[in-house]
Design a protein around this ligand. Structure first.
Ligand SMILES: [Zn+2]
Length: 567
C-alpha cells in the first residue's frame, strides 16, 4: 500500500468515522447501500475530481490524443500515474500498466467503375455514387477472380430466433448481397424495432466471412441504415483502421451499394429487388444465386502505429470473489490534429468525448480506493485506446483479457458526460438486456431519479462504444447516456441542448472544456455508476443476461471455460 493511499483512507475515516465503523463491523446485505459507501461517493465524486482531469486531457498540449501521438503517450502516462497514486496495482502481466497493440491503417484504391455481367447484359457501378467499399485484407494487392452474386436476405444466423438465412448453402468464394438491419416489422421477431447486433453492418460482414464468401455488398437504404448514403461515403471512403489480422476468416472486400444500384444489378439477371426482399421476410427464405458475375482487383496502402490500453486494479477483499473483476472502462483516445474548423482550430480536444469519461472513471476509482472496506470483487479501471478508430482498444482487450472473460463480472462503460445539469431521469442504453437493470434502477431511485431505456432504440447505440466489445465476449455490460429531463429547465430543453451539442461540437475541434459547463449532472451520473458497481461487486451471484439475449450464448461459453473458475 502506498503512503498516499493510506492518507486518503485515513482522511475518509475522519470524515465518515461513525458510518465507516458500522460498515466495517457489519458487512451490508447485498442490494442495500450502506451510508458509508454513499458518503464516500459524495466526498470523492465532485466537480473538482471531474473537472481537473478534463482540463488536462482536453488541453491543447495533449493535441487531441490521436493514437500514437505524443498527446496519446502523455494521456496514457497521466492515467497510469493517477491510478498508481490511488494505490491501484498494474492490471496486466508482469506488472504492466499498459497493454500495447498495433493499429493497422488501410487506404484502398478501388476501380472507378465496377463491372458486372447479368443474363440480359452488363451493369456498371460508379465508385462513390453507386458503391463504396473497404478492403477486407491487410495486403498491398487484393483480387477476386470472376464469381457469382448470391442474394442472402438479411445474412443472419440466429439460433435463438430460429432464423438461418443460409440454410446450409455453399457460399464459399461468392459475393453475398445482403439487406441491412434485422427483421423489424413484427415485434415478436428479433426485438421488433430495436436494432440488435444482427442488424448491424459489422455483423453482416463477419457473417459473410464465416461463410468463406469472397465479399459482401450491403444494400443501403436510409430507413434500414438509420442514416443517408452520404454517411457511408464519408465514413467508408477514406482510410480504415483495424487490429492486425489474425487467423479469423476475412472477406476480400466489404462493400455498400445504393438500393438503386442493386436494383439495376438484380434486374440484369431478371429479378425484381422488391420481390427478393419480400421473400427474405420469412424463416423459409433460401439464398438466391443471381446469375450475375463480376471480378475485382484493387490496391491498398498500409500503415501501422502503436498505442495502448491503460489499466489498474484494486483487489477485492473476499478471497472467494476477488478473482472476479468489475471493469469500469472509458476510451482515452480522440481524433488528434486534423482538418481545421471555421475558427481555424485543428486540435480535436475531445473534452466530452471522452476526457469526461476518463475523469469519471478516475473519480470512481478514487472513491473505491477510499472506502473503509474494499468491495468483495476486484475493481478494475480500464482506459482503452483507439475507440474512435472503431472500438479497437476494447476489441483488443476482449481478445486478450487480463482475466478470463468468465471472471469478468460486468462492464460499466462511460463515453461522454452530462454538462447541462442535474436530471430527473437517468438513461440506460443497455436497458432490457441484463439483470444489471435492476441494480441500476435501485440506485437511480435512491437518487430520486427514474431510470429509462434508450430513447433511440433503432440507432443501435449499444453497439457503438466499448461496452459492445465486452458484450461480444459475453460480459454483461452497462452503458448509460445523459438524462434529458433537466431540473429547473422547461420540458424539451435538455434534449435541445444535447442535439445542439451534437450538431456543433460532436467530433469537432469545438468539443472543449468551457466555463458554462454545469457539472451537477455528471456528478450525479458518476455517483450512480459507482454505487451500481459497488452493488455488483458485493453481490453473491454474478449478473446475468436476460434469457434469450443475443449475448447469452457467449456468456455460457465463457463461464464453461475452465479458466473462468475462480481460484
Ligand atoms: Zn467519439
Amino acid at each position: 500500500m502506498t503512503v498516499s493511499r493510506l492518507f486518503v483512507r485515513l482522511s475518509v475515516f475522519a470524515v465518515t468515522a461513525a458510518a465507516a465503523a458500522i460498515a466495517a463491523a457489519q458487512p451490508a446485505a447485498p442490494g442495500s447501500l450502506p451510508p458509508a459507501v454513499d458518503r464516500v461517493a459524495r466526498a470523492f465524486i465532485t466537480q473538482g475530481a471531474l473537472e481537473a482531469p478534463i482540463r488536462f486531457l482536453a488541453s491543447d498540449l495533449l493535441e487531441g490524443r490521436g493514437p500514437a501521438s505524443r498527446g496519446d503517450e502523455l494521456a496514457r502516462l497521466y492515467l497510469q500515474t493517477q491510478l498508481e497514486g490511488m494505490g491501484y496495482q498494474p492490471a496486466f502481466a508482469n506488472g504492466a500498466w499498459q497493454q500495447p497493440f498495433d493499429i493497422v491503417g488501410i487506404k484502398a484504391q478501388f476501380p472507378k467503375t465496377w463491372n458486372f455481367t447479368g443474363k440480359t447484359g452488363a451493369v456498371n457501378l460508379a465508385w462513390h455514387e453507386d458503391f463504396i467499399a473497404a478492403s477486407g485484407q491487410q495486403k498491398d494487392q487484393v483480387s477476386v477472380p470472376s464469381t457469382e452474386l448470391v442474394f442472402v436476405g438479411y445474412g443472419i444466423q440466429a439460433p435463438e430466433y430460429q432464423w438461418d438465412d443460409y440454410k446450409g448453402a455453399n457460399l464459399a468464394g461468392k459475393i453475398l448481397v445482403m439487406m441491412n438491419n434485422d427483421p423489424d416489422w413484427d415485434p415478436n421477431l428479433f426485438a421488433g424495432k430495436r436494432r440488435l447486433y444482427y442488424g448491424r453492418w459489422d455483423y453482416k460482414y463477419e457473417s459473410a466471412a464465416r461463410q468463406k464468401a469472397a465479399g459482401a455488398i450491403i444494400i443501403h437504404t436510409t430507413p434500414s441504415a438509420g442514416y443517408p448514403f452520404q454517411v457511408v461515403q464519408s465514413s467508408w471512403g477514406g482510410e480504415q483502421f483495424e487490429l492486425p489480422a489474425g487467423s479469423e476468416a476475412r472477406l476480400a472486400f466489404r462493400a455498400w451499394a445504393t438500393e438503386d444500384a442493386v436494383r439495376r444489378l438484380v434486374k440484369s439477371a431478371g429479378y425484381d429487388l422488391d420481390k427478393l426482399i419480400e421473400s427474405a421476410h420469412s424463416r423459409d427464405f433460401k439464398p438466391v444465386p443471381l446469375g450475375v458475375t463480376t471480378s475485382l482487383a484493387f490496391t491498398n496502402t498500409i500503415s501501422r502505429v502503436k498505442t495502448a490500453n491503460v489499466g489498474g486494479v484494486l483487489p477485492g477483499n473476499d478471497p472467494k470473489l476477488a478473482p472476479q473483476v468489475l471493469i469500469y472502462s472509458a476510451h482515452h483516445d480522440h481524433f488528434g490534429i486534423g482538418e481545421p474548423d471555421k475558427s481555424g482550430d485543428k486540435i480535436y480536444h475531445g473534452a466530452v468525448d471522452n476526457a469526461s469519461g476518463c475523469a469519471q472513471v478516475l473519480a470512481i476509482a478514487r472513491a473505491f480506493a477510499a472506502l473503509p472496506q474494499r468491495p468483495r470483487r476486484t475493481i478494475m479501471a480500464l482506459f482503452v485506446a483507439g475507440e474512435e478508430r472503431g472500438l479497437l482498444g476494447s476489441a483488443y482487450y476482449a481478445q486478450h483479457p487480463s482475466v478470463p472473460a468468465g471472471r469478468i463480472a460486468a462492464n460499466i462503460n462511460i463515453d461522454g458526460g452530462n454538462i447541462f445539469g442535474r436530471s430527473r431521469d437517468a438513461v440506460e442504453i443497455s436497458y432490457g438486456k441484463s439483470s444489471l437493470d435492476t441494480v441500476a434502477e435501485g440506485v437511480a431511485k435512491s437518487q430520486g431519479r427514474t431510470l429509462v431505456g434508450d430513447q433511440y432504440p433503432d440507432r443501435g447505440y449499444y453497439y457503438r462504444s466499448d461496452q459492445f466489445s465486452f458484450a461480444k465476449i459475453g460480459v454483461p455490460a452497462l452503458y448509460f447516456s445523459e438524462g434529458t429531463d433537466i431540473i429547473g429547465k422547461p420540458a424539451g430543453w435538455g434534449k435541445q441542448q444535447h442535439d445542439e451539442w451534437e450538431l456543433k461540437k460532436y467530433h469537432q475541434p469545438s468539443d472543449k472544456l468551457e466555463d458554462n459547463w454545469n457539472f451537477d449532472g455528471m456528478i450525479q451520473d458518476a455517483q450512480l455508476y459507482m454505487l451500481t458497481g459497488w452493488q455488483i461487486a458485493q453481490a453473491d451471484a454474478l449478473p446475468t443476461w436476460k434469457p434469450g439475449d443475443e449475448f447469452e450464448a457467449a456468456r455460457k461459453r465463457a463461464l464453461a471455460d475452465p479458466a473462468a473458475k475462480s481460484n
